[in-house]
Design a binder for this molecule. Sequence first.
Ligand code: ATP
Ligand code: MG
Length: 367
Amino acid sequence: MILKSIILTNYRNYPTCTIQGFKKVNLFLGKNGSGKTNLLDSIYYTALGKSYFSSKDSDIMKWGEEFFRVESRIEKATQKFKIEHAVIPSKKKETKINGKAIEKLSQLLGQFPAVAIAPKEVYTLLSASQERRKACDRVIAQFDKQYTAALILYNSLLKRRNQLLKDSKSMSDLNIELIKVIDKQMDAPAKTIYQTRLKFAENIRQEFRENYKTISNEQEEADLFYQSSLETGNLSDQLYKCLESDFYKKRTTVGIHKDDYVFRINDKHLNTFASQGQLKSFIISFKLSLFRILCNNSSHLPFLILDDIFDKIDSSRTTALLNLLSKGDFGQIFISDADKNRLPEILKKNDLEFFGVIIESGNIETQ
Ligand SMILES: Nc1ncnc2c1ncn2[C@@H]1O[C@H](COP(=O)(O)OP(=O)(O)OP(=O)(O)O)[C@@H](O)[C@H]1O
Ligand SMILES: [Mg+2]
């Protein structure tokens, strides 16, 4: 899958912007605040119809404007696609593929797969299990519709259960029979989610360990485990046991919304023992393993969007990583860096081809 061109109108700091000539490895280079992340985000927006960096479309629209638009051309083997997203905040967002409007954004899922890494994820993925689940869910959702449906159902039941807990003033006030019905209804989606995550974690673990070894030049061993309360039995029994404490806490304290993917390095907890460069290498390896699983479940190689990942990574790890990305089994890659020279120099030295986009306060030059 190859992005051929992109045309932006009122996208963040770009009133208009056209880029064509993308290759396998694409670099977006410029000073802080010049607009690198915004361009990477527009590529993610092309593929999935939403921003990676912001949850609201209104944040994307250039300040003071009334609409924004992203138009892209993508080729998949012999097939050619024109993808258009047009957003006018007061109206319904319009997405067209080859001129034909799609009804729901979810119809895009699986068509143009993409994985991104945002700089702040180095911290959020390490500190919050919710972020680790979200990162995995974002990828699974791109190829497993049954999983996505189970997650939507589970979350709506969880919301209802939490509301009942919040609305009751005392234990005797609580509609226990209704809660028991909801708990039973949660069993089936929880099981689907648990089984999918278990298999998914097994698959990424292998990939992840290998990626980390390559990036760290075989210096450390990293590992990843999936933890879920469903390991110890079905959910409704556990929910029932926790009902009283859930009532006092006013929220559901057990279930797959508490699952975790636990990171380890050299058999120790990562957060306490790893250096900043090691943490970053770790997160990159994790994301690359997510990419690989998405690859294995897609008919075309996904876009890989790497925002600012080379900061704090030494030159031997950078070279190892660039070699892995350029030569290995990766598709089109989009990388941003605030240092104009570092990545081009390493790529040239290693005879690796690239397309460069130099950005200066929103103005673009390509090479
Ligand atoms: N909706 C918007 N309208 C206009 N400008 C915006 C909007 N959202 C963000 N910007 C501006 O876009 C500029 C470029 O941001 P971007 O995050 O792409 O920079 P960057 O090159 O990635 O910088 P860094 O190297 O610090 O990560 C910023 O100055 C920001 O204030
Ligand atoms: Mg940035």
